[in-house]
Ligand binder design. Structure first.
Ligand code: F0G
Length: 365
């Protein structure tokens, strides 16, 4: 009996768990793949790096059905699109939105069109859109150009836009903040996350505020967002025409939720900061090798950012004098297996040995 209950809870998606906070009704057809309920992992070595008896938790969104946090928003956006009678959805993407949209469209039995910057999508993500059966269109332009086209096509009324300019996406994504508060019995003191199109920081802040209003928590965290150094429009307060970064998921020069991100940072007395590609790659390796959590480069921006807050004099927000025993959550947004190319380049070729125990023992050293 107990195991049956546990099993039914595992397969519940975010609409089922947080229906009262979401824009759905009894007549909304629910399209779910069992997203959400992701682990909030206490990280001892990360905590030690922060010091001051602080406790650091990683919210691992890479274990969602398509390997990223986008699934939380997509279950709501696709369910609502279906309710409104859409038979096709459309999105621009740096990869994860398109992977998620394709999967939920397949589940709903509707068409998904994805507009992508040619040659800039991580292998695993492109493969996902392909295998889920999306109509993929690559353009000779970046994400910002792709989103412009999607906005134009959305206006025709033929397609439902499922980028985070669709408020149903933000509504679904705020459930990650709910889960954190539910699990900690209070909001954390600090929340760190990567920022690209700025939908997720907007969603987390909305979720924390809403839970505080409903007295599920007594406070909301300081929000600290991290952009890639050469793709940091919010940090520099200007549109970046040619954003570049190894963290291709956040290679965005003109974020749609720019204003909302600014508001979240101001209201929470937080900050926006930048991390370099080198810091991102170092943090990605560190998290895999020290905590056993393998994330894609964009996700490692929150970990690189945490290190910067602790260790750099140039940090936009310094952790050197934060209250002792502060509780810090870092969201890691996508699974590492989505973006293997740079890692494959670093791997040594494995030359097979003779199949004897002695040869293998010698190789182990
Ligand atoms: N991390 C990952 C892995 C992402 O895929 C994204 C955004 C972000 C962080 C940033 O989140 O845009 O809400 O600020 N990916 C979008 C996409 C742009 O198309 O998949 P954001």
């Amino acid at each position: 009996m107990h195991s049956a209950i546990a099993k039914s809870q595992r397969s519940r998606g975010v609409i089922d768990r947080y229906r009262e906070f979401l824009p759905v009704s009894a007549s909304t057809p629910i399209v779910s793949l069992g997203e959400g309920n992701t682990p909030l992992i206490y990280c001892q070595r990360l905590s030690k790096r922060v010091g001051r008896d602080c406790r650091v938790f990683v919210k691992n969104e890479g274990v969602n059905p398509t390997g990223s946090f986008k699934d939380r928003g997509m279950t709501v956006a696709v369910s609502k699109s279906l309710e409104r009678g859409a038979n096709a959805i459309i999105c621009a993407s740096t990869g994860n939105t398109s992977a998620s949209a394709s999967a939920y469209a397949a589940r709903a039995g509707i068409l998904c069109i994805v507009i992508l910057p040619a040659g800039k999508i991580a292998t695993g993500k492109l493969l996902q859109a392909f295998v889920y059966g999306a109509k993929i269109v690559a353009i000779d332009g970046n994400f910002d150009a792709a989103l412009r086209i999607v906005r134009d096509l959305g206006e025709s009324g033929d397609f439902a836009i499922v980028n985070s300019i669709n408020p149903d996406r933000i509504a679904g994504q705020k459930t990650a903040a709910f889960e954190i508060v539910d699990e900690m019995d209070e909001a954390p003191d600090f929340h760190l996350l990567p920022v690209g199109n700025a939908g997720n920081i907007t969603a987390y802040w909305a979720g924390y505020r809403e839970y505080q209003v409903y007295e599920r928590s007594t406070k909301s965290p300081v929000m600290i967002g991290f952009q890639a150094a050469r793709a940091a429009p919010i940090f520099y307060n200007r549109i970046i025409e040619k954003p570049e970064t190894i963290a291709s998921a956040i290679r965005i020069g003109n974020p749609a939720s720019w204003k909302q991100a600014r508001a979240a940072i101001a209201e929470s007395r937080g900050a926006i900061d930048v991390v370099s590609d080198e810091e991102v790659v170092a943090a990605q390796n560190w998290l895999a090798q020290q905590e056993g959590i393998f994330v894609e480069p964009a996700s490692a921006a929150s970990i690189a950012g945490l290190f910067k807050c602790c260790e750099s004099h140039e940090a936009a927000y310094s952790f050197q004098k934060i209250p002792e025993a502060s509780r810090i959550v870092c969201t890691v947004t996508g699974h590492g297996l989505k973006d293997p190319d740079a890692i494959i380049e670093r791997m040594e070729e494995l030359k097979p040995l003779a199949a004897t125990t002695n040869d293998v023992r010698r190789a182990i050293g």
